[in-house]
Design a binder for this molecule. Structure first.
Ligand SMILES: [Zn+2]
Ligand SMILES: [Zn+2]
Length: 248
């Protein structure tokens, strides 16, 4: 299993970057994990958009799901009709993006996606996926994805919570939001600092911590230093188009 970073910015895309998004691949199955502002552009450098097998969205904030809209437009103009794309998201996510369209456009959009509410566990191709609600300003689902004997967990947006460690217990890779460097720089509650992300990685016994979802003004090198001080494993700062192999 491998994960490619599509976007690393919180809230709005920093210069040359995109908001939250990842592409998880194993044995020819490709799943997008969040599709924030600009993530679709980077996704298509890796895989044609029509080859996606499913999209998983953590929550309704647009830095995690806005690119469902350009994906809709791309699917409308695809030369051959496409079967509806499975979209796993909490109620409100699809509607937040569909609200950009009038009623006719919303109806067309509904035909392009197969919107499914994620249960506690479900499967997409070789992926076994587990979900867990994590505390944020709106309902947010953390995802644990397992395939080929490897496991990763992704927090979406979350404040500090023991639930992160339940979700990420023993994973090879914890992809964690790290909106702020440290406690002194918190602008919005419901997020983690890099150090808090590292403390959760440590509590979960994760192998590697991939820091992402940086507020655009955050110094990423300093964020890494804060995290490294609280976690014995490897700390990696996510970067657009970086691919990380998960497990051996
Ligand atoms: Zn966010
Ligand atoms: Zn959010």
């Amino acid at each position: 299993m491998e994960v490619t970073v599509l976007g690393t910015s919180a809230a709005w895309p920093a210069p040359g970057r995109a908001a939250a998004g990842f592409l998880v691949r194993h044995e020819g199955t490709a799943v997008a994990l969040d599709l924030g502002t600009g993530a679709l552009a980077n996704l298509q450098l890796e895989v044609p958009h029509e080859r996606l097998d499913a999209v998983l969205i953590t929550h309704e904030h647009l830095d995690h799901c806005l690119d469902l809209y350009p994906l809709t437009v791309a699917r409308v103009f695809h030369p051959e009709p496409l079967t509806p794309l499975p979209l796993y998201a909490l109620p409100g996510v699809f509607e937040a993006v569909a609200a950009l369209e009038d009623e006719e456009g919303r109806e067309e959009m509904r035909g392009l996606f197969d919107v499914r509410e994620p249960g506690d566990t479900f499967e997409v191709g070789p992926f076994r996926i587990t979900t867990r609600g994590l505390p944020h300003l709106v309902p947010n689902l953390g995802f644990r994805i397992e395939a080929g004997g490897a496991a990763l967990a992704y927090t979406g947006d979350t404040g500090p919570s023991g639930e992160i460690e339940v979700l990420a217990k023993g994973v090879d890779l914890l992809v964690s939001e790290a909106s702020w460097e440290d406690e002194g720089g918190i602008l919005v509650e419901g997020h983690l600092t890099a150090r808090q992300a590292a403390e959760h990685a440590s509590g979960a016994g994760a192998g590697t911590l991939l820091l992402t979802h940086f507020w655009p003004t955050v110094d990423r090198d300093r964020a890494r230093e804060h995290a490294a001080a609280a976690f014995d494993g490897q700390v990696v700062v996510a970067d657009e188009r970086m691919t990380v192999r998960v497990g051996s």
